[in-house]
Design a binder for this molecule. Sequence first.
Ligand SMILES: [Zn+2]
Length: 603
Amino acid sequence: DNMPEIKVTPLGAGQDVGRSCILVSIGGKNIMLDCGMHMGYNDDRRFPDFSYITQNGRLTEFLDCVIISHFHLDHCGALPFMSEMVGYDGPIYMTHPTKAICPILLEDFRKITVDKKGETNFFTSQMIKDCMKKVVPLNLHQTVQVDDELEIKAYYAGHVLGAAMVHIKVGSESVVYTGDYNMTPDRHLGAAWIDKCRPDLLISESTYATTIRDSKRCRERDFLKKVHESIERGGKVLIPVFALGRAQELCILLETFWERMNLKAPIYFSTGLTEKANHYYKLFITWTNQKIRKTFVQRNMFEFKHIKAFDRSYADNPGPMVVFATPGMLHAGQSLQIFKKWAGNEKNMVIMPGYCVQGTIGHKILNGQRKLEMEGRSTLDVKLQVEYMSFSAHADAKGIMQLIRMAEPRNMLLVHGEAVKMEFLKGKIEQEFSIDCHMPANGETVAVTTNPSVPVDISLNLLKREMALGGPLPDPKKPRTMHGTLIMKENSLKLVSSEQALKELGLNEHQLRFTCRVQLQDPHSDSDTLHRIYTHLKSVLKGYTIQHLPDGTVMVESIVIKVSSCAEDANTKVLLLSWSYQDEDLGSFLSTLLKKGLPSGLC
Ligand SMILES: [Zn+2]
């Protein structure tokens, strides 16, 4: 009943995409994984419900640390609210690029919400700054000791610049949280990778749980074809993007295509964020993929010849153009403004390059909605062409299975996905890996029991003896049987040889002997029968010490054999065999052998 447990409660991203915030209790430590906002809501549901942790007061005494996986707002958008308005003063961990980019996106989010929409009771610029002061930066593959017992280690996750998976360890218990990740490299980032760390629990995103995507090259060709066709017929193409991530990848793609095809239509990128974004790509070039790092020496891949900064007045210019605008789900800001302007013309096109959360305009038009209710009770007729191309850098079903094979977890838990899709993937995982797979809803707690492992010291003598016995050298990845005596002394365990155990404990050895009776037809005197047994064993057993002793016994190693006649019938002999525990195999072999009788030719 007292098996240790790891408890997981999603406050967001439980059977849902958006508002990622997962509470983990492990070895007496409480950790918050991500602290995101939901793009689909403008009310209280936008942020996680922190009152789940405590009804009154600050969160500091309930949380040992907060870890942010990457800079997307659905993973960090509630952070200043949590730390400055609810109250948390403990450490917040994130990688260096995330630490650099996160406050810019938070400020952008604040501006849209407060300055443009006029919301009150929201975090301020100062709160973002104060929140960021609590951040402790993480390097990849560096073990960070949060306190004496809790340690964390970040791994490369692909997805966006600075995205990390995190391995959390307390004693012998461990959890891996993936955040968002991508198992295939793209034009600007590498693929996610993790050690075979065999965690008790792997918490994975599952955005594309049921998708196995066709090759990247096909999607890219498709994308370029669509853009090209639209430009040729004089249309305008809107590509809503997040400021960092897919935007850079698609820019590289279009830039190369424009150069090759010698196209003249202008390409714009909507916000001042581009310059900042490119600055960070240069700053954190080691986080990008190898190709970019190599070509960077000759040419900066993020300095574009064909892509210019956008001014809002350009949207009304006649003629074809391509515009990248933020945000990516058409839920606010410039991308939404441009969309409203262009939606009425069937020559125009909007290409959604990523996943759209329920409740956003992006989600609605992707589901075929052609009449949109806008603020102020007006409706918008959507006549432009709507295209969806999955360029978002999430692992697909194949990638998720690949990560499981890589890390070899004992249990699985899915977050950041839709319930129906999760259900399907859960079935596949349980079938293929024979491990339990959980998918808790928000506010629902899952407990996973772990096997406590107890460290044991092994005496050097015992190890040396084990080595001397030969056999393959011990493989740290495989269990190996060792014989010895387990001693518990002063609350620690050690494994020693039995002789040493006796010496240390001042005990005498007890001999445990097995005995066995065998009946035999042999019409000779008892002493002759004994001699015949001696001769027989001498011829059968090579390399054993066999003695015929003057006290009327035969000894084979520790096995003693005596002969007596049966009271009723002198021709029936009763053999008495006895052997020590160590010679159990030989003893049972001899009893079986003698039951078969003695060969007649013996003298
Ligand atoms: Zn993300």
